[in-house]
Ligand binder design. Sequence first.
Ligand SMILES: Cc1ncc(COP(=O)(O)O)c(C=O)c1O
Length: 454
Amino acid sequence: MAEKTVKFLLTERDIPPRWLNLLGDLPGDPLPPLHPGTLQPAGPPDLTPIFPMGLIEQEVSPEPYVDIPEEVLDAYRLWRPTPLFRARRLERELDTPAHIYYKYEGVSPAGSHKPNTAVPQAYENARAGIKRLATETGAGQWGSSLAFACSLFGLECEVFMVGSSYDQKPYRRSMMQTWGATVHRSPSTLTEAGRAQQDHPTGSLGIAISEAVEVAASREDTNYALGSVLNHVLLHQTVIGQEAALQMQMAGERPDVVIGCVGGGSNFAGLAFPFVREVLHGRAKMRFLAAEPSACPTLTRGVYRYDFGDTAGLTPLMAMFTLGHDFVPPPVHAGGLRYHGDAPMLCGLVRAGVVEARAYRQNETFAAAVRFARTEGIIPAPEPAHAIRAVIEEAEAAREAGEARVILFGLCGHGHFDLSAYDAYLAGELEDPEFSQQDMDAAVARLPQAPAIG
Ligand SMILES: Cc1ncc(COP(=O)(O)O)c(C=O)c1O
């Protein structure tokens, strides 16, 4: 029977009691964030106007593990543990000797991995006496996750939704409103940052972040919540990889390659970091592959520099691969991947050669998503469709090599609210915008005058 198993399921008792913190394992000294005004290293006091101390402590903690509070575990039990699938039908379709596994986060209430961090962020803010959270959302997955989490802990939630996604995904807005949130199309006219960007009506994550940070910084009762990039967000997502490691043990296999899509890096890190720790300590050999859109190719084409996390330059500067904080990516359907930078922890691993990166165009990505849907059934969100595109390449390479390689990837969300993108693909109307060298040169010329990184 075991050879026919498709789902590897854990019980609620197997939800990890701790998050795994990779900060202390990374090669080299960590590069501190810089204060946006002084360009000097920013410490915890610089973050208190917009984040609660509980999250700031997690952001800078060197501890290898951080305990998950009981209230958070209690909320996690609503959808965790999530299933690990063996993609036997996709393997057959690809005629590959590779064994393909996917960890499916689409079973959460919001339909993606984002509640894994939305819940602890809402919890820590409520514990600190904060009444409201302001945030941005790209695809709408993060905004709906935070709206859901705020409803659990009695917080108000105000969401700035990237204009192109607001237009493409009206039901994401309905979800947020159902959970009690207020949603604005970004760029809005409610903030200075939004008013300055009215000539970019499609918006971008960088612009929406500026709007939310501005609101949080200007109100005592309001904090800001970020759905990706920061250390504490990556930390929270490691429940994914810790569960996946147990499930791979149940399957009696070890991944040769771990694959995920990258917008800001949180689902990739969440799945990969528990395995990366094994590799960094010489206990395992494995490849890690990050997939991103060629319209916003941060890891494959960006420069490694200090840059702001948002368009208006309100956030601390972080050492990362960047396309320039004011770059507005074309309105591709993978709204969650339209971000100019990436998590500093992940960027450090790419720079150190531990993680590889590849970029894919929209049409080849949707072709992979449709192939997946027609074999495995689940309709993926456009973001993890990039990971599926990479999985197909790796499975084909395994066939060429005649090797039964083990591939593990993150199916971080379903695409039930992204069907207008599928409509456009099926009608042959999807475009394949590319990032030009001209875009890159212009962005580099506008980078802040921060210290160079050696
Ligand atoms: C389904 C989905 N996948 C991936 C991402 C990208 O974010 P991250 O790289 O932090 O996982 C998003 C972001 O909104 C998303 O909604």
